[in-house]
Design a protein around this ligand. Structure first.
Ligand code: GLY
Length: 265
């Protein structure tokens, strides 16, 4: 009989999301678990969780994405695993599940595709664009919400995935931390990290890589979350989910819907 693998999945709906919407992050975690149970890879399972959050409509990603100042929708998404796979899209104009496009970029010769090229890549891969009218985030004040994310442990492997509709009313072309490796997310043999919040501040701190280095130094995730949150001013929205071989944790200096679940597989 083979030993069972420890599975840990954390999902978040973004710094500033309503903690009462944790039903959405819980369902995303369940979708991730089901993907692993059906034999999908850990990075595909993390992307499945994020696609579920993109489809929710209450979070700033996928059909819940904020609009730019000109009324367009531009999305960023990324995924990474602990064996050196990374892919991202930036300023991708109006697709329902940018995380699935980022995953296909990770399987291509490229690491990041942006703007018109990312949209052409998505169309060539068979993705259907959506119009700003098909975005669910209309007439509701979700303007403070930010990014969805997932980190996963499956035995000795780790993965992370992120997706965002970016900043409400930002100028077209603005790109935050999500598609920048080591800024919004990082995964390595010691664990995985996914951040949320002010993308410019997160990028300038190279947040995810530096949080990952704290895991490598042996710091417990329950200490990493408040430590890394302390790198940011209170006026700067920030949140983090972390999983390592020794534990997991999540938190934000704003409200945040997030969920953790464990099983053996
Ligand atoms: N954290 C997502 C963004 O600022 O775009």
């Amino acid at each position: 009989m083979t030993d069972k693998k420890k599975i840990v999945v954390l999902t978040h709906g973004g710094a500033g999301s309503d903690p009462a919407h944790a039903d959405g992050t819980a369902i995303a975690g369940q979708m991730c678990m089901m993907s692993l149970q059906t034999g999908e890879s850990i990075i595909d399972a993390a992307c499945q969780a994020v696609a579920t959050l993109e489809d929710d409509g209450r979070f700033n990603a996928g059909i819940g994405s904020h609009k730019r100042s000109d009324g367009t929708v531009e999305m960023d998404a990324s995924c990474m695993n602990s064996t050196g796979t990374f892919g991202a899209v930036a300023a991708l104009d109006g697709f329902k599940n940018p995380i699935h496009v980022a995953r296909l970029v990770s399987q291509s010769e490229y690491r990041v595709l942006a703007g018109r090229g990312a949209a052409e890549f998505a169309l060539n891969q068979g993705f259907q664009p959506i119009t700003p009218d098909e975005i669910a985030n209309t007439g509701k004040d979700f303007s403070t919400t930010d990014t969805v994310g997932c980190v996963v442990q499956a035995g000795d492997e780790f993965a992370a995935a992120l997706s965002t509709g970016g900043i409400d009313e930002a100028i077209p072309g603005r790109v935050g931390d999500v598609p920048l490796i080591g800024c919004g997310l990082y995964a390595g043999p010691a664990g995985a990290v996914a951040a949320t919040g002010d993308g410019e501040a997160i990028a300038m701190q190279v947040t995810a890589l530096r949080a990952y280095q704290l895991i490598e130094q042996g710091m417990d995730p329950k200490v990493i979350v408040p430590t890394v949150t302390g790198w940011f001013k209170e006026s700067t929205a920030f949140g983090l989910i972390v999983v390592s071989k020794t534990g997991f944790a999540g938190g934000s200096n704003r409200g945040m819907a997030w969920t953790a679940s464990e099983m053996a597989l």
